[in-house]
Design a protein around this ligand. Structure first.
Ligand code: ZN
Length: 339
């Protein structure tokens, strides 16, 4: 009852990469960087285990950014000549790489860290991948001429890597789709189908993470424009409920998403955000348990998994660690009180 997990990323140690940044520069190179990534992965696993996290992640220690960490392993993309593009429906501008040819994988993407995790923990392990819709909103297209066609090409590559991750012993594969909250109308028409392509033939647990974004300024400004109740998910939850994805990860604590919307996700396991990643205030176990209690009014308790609202990559490391302990302790407290 109420297992605990994390949405994905954790802060990187300062000997590996610049701290407190969403796009940190690496501080090692070559073979030292490769070893450093694995050492940091082990540290992330140990930190989660000690905090009482049941389904542990690699903390995304091996990638600079959640989308580009995948794109680096894809042929058919020009990284040398990036172009400026308004992403997430022009919420912010980013310099993005350009798709210039047919997309293929250069090789395995997350094999090294997945196997390293599997070798060093007996807990369930999770690997996150960017979702096809989010990837196609984070690159410029000079080849496919059609965003949906390109998204499905990425979905095929994601599926190739996901199948291999399953063979590596990964228990949960999660696709991060913040774009689901931007192109709401496109989620039922092709977004879910693209995800289905990405999870084709998998037998492990599959998840999708949707969200209102990191606590960076562009996102905070956008969130402030959305009013007191965020009902955007009404448009996509029915389609997600009908999908083949097992779990949906979303924010709850300090979110303006009315919890009653969760009833629209009937049948899914929910990774409920009980830790706010946009605030440095560390939650108490009681607060965490209270969010779980609030969600229990709308979701059967056996379907609730305690999680963070979003990735923790840009946070201070000591605060992230304290929040992980609150997450583990809060889930335990909820088990004692409500199981
Ligand atoms: Zn998120």
């Amino acid at each position: 009852m109420f297992p605990a997990t994390v949405a994905g990323s954790l802060p990187k140690p300062s000997w590996l990469a610049e701290p407190d940044k969403l796009w940190p520069k690496w501080r090692l190179e070559g073979a030292e960087l490769a070893q450093g990534k694995l050492d940091a992965t082990l540290l992330a696993v140990k930190m989660q285990e000690d905090a009482g996290i049941d389904i542990v992640c690699d903390g995304e220690m091996s990638r600079q950014h959640f989308v580009h960490g995948f794109l680096e392993f894809v042929d058919g993309i020009d990284f040398a000549n990036k172009v400026e593009m308004g992403i997430r429906a022009d919420r912010y501008k980013a310099m993005v790489p350009v798709v210039t040819g047919a997309l293929t994988l250069k090789g395995r993407v997350h094999q090294t860290e997945a196997r390293h995790m599997r070798a060093h923990t007996s807990r369930k392990i999770k690997i996150t991948l960017p979702g096809p819709m989010t990837i196609s909103d984070t690159v410029a297209d000079r080849h496919y001429g059609d965003k949906v066609k390109m998204a499905f090409a990425f979905a095929d590559l994601l599926n190739q890597e996901a199948r291999a991750l399953e063979q590596d012993g990964v228990d949960v594969i999660q696709f991060d789709e913040p774009a689901f909250n931007v192109f709401m109308d496109e989620v039922p028409t092709w977004g879910i189908e693209a995800l289905h392509r990405a999870i084709d033939d998998l037998t492990c647990t599959t998840a999708v993470h949707i969200c209102y974004g990191y606590g960076i300024k562009a996102n905070i400004d956008w969130k402030n424009s959305l009013g007191s109740e965020w009902t955007q998910y009404e448009k996509i939850f029915p389609a997600l409920a009908k999908s083949k994805i097992n779990q949906v990860s979303l924010e709850a604590i300090h979110s303006r998403v009315p919890l009653k919307l969760l009833t629209l996700l009937e049948g899914k396991d929910l990774l409920v955000g009980v830790i706010d990643v946009a605030s440095d205030t560390v939650e108490t176990p009681e607060e965490v348990a209270q969010v779980i209690a609030d969600v229990m009014k709308f979701v059967p308790k056996e379907r609730i998994i305690a999680c963070t609202n979003c990735g923790m990559a840009p946070m201070h490391r000591d605060i992230a660690e304290a929040k992980l302990r609150a997450l583990g302790a809060g889930a335990k407290l909820a088990r004692e009180k409500f199981a």
